[in-house]
Design a protein. Structure first.
Length: 159
């Protein structure tokens, strides 16, 4: 897990730095319209933050889901995006009149950033030795019970 997160973080940093460095040229990839180019230039710092956070958040979420904490991750996702990110995006976008920049910033810093911080905290504080023992017991129970069920259901195996 540490290798995956570190590798993803390095890739995220590289691409974030590229976006920040080439912020005034990225718009030309999509359009020759000055309006589009200015909008991309204006939003590029948020794109860099989104790339950075979204480089590690899926890894952490996958580790948590793979550890059997699916409902916990779903509640964190629901809470961060719908109860923090969207309201913050609304306030920043419409109340503070920041437009798209405010909506996106609210979703990034209210949704993705908080979710990432929570998942980092949970994954770092986990007792992985204990989790490995629990997983080993589950595999052992499933494999023994599956073999027993199979031999009871199939009369050919009894001969």
């Amino acid at each position: 897990m540490i290798i995956s997160v570190t590798q993803s973080l390095i890739i995220g940093i590289v691409f974030s730095v590229l976006v920040v460095f080439f912020h005034d040229q990225i718009g030309w990839i999509f359009s020759s319209s000055e309006t589009v180019i200015e909008a991309v230039n204006d939003l590029s710092i948020l794109l860099a933050f989104a790339i950075l956070l979204n480089s590690i958040q899926p890894i952490l979420s996958g580790v948590a889901v793979g550890s059997g904490w699916q409902s916990f991750v779903a509640y964190i996702n629901l809470g961060c995006y719908y109860f923090i990110g969207l309201p913050l995006g609304y306030v920043m976008g419409w109340i503070f009149k920041s437009g798209v920049k405010g909506i996106w910033a609210g979703m990034i810093f209210g949704g993705t950033a908080i979710q990432t911080l929570i998942l980092i905290s949970v994954v770092m504080r986990c007792d992985w030795e204990k989790e490995a023992q629990k997983a080993s017991m589950r595999v052992q129970n499933w494999s023994v019970s599956d073999a027993t069920k199979k031999s009871e259901e199939d009369p050919k195996e009894k001969d």
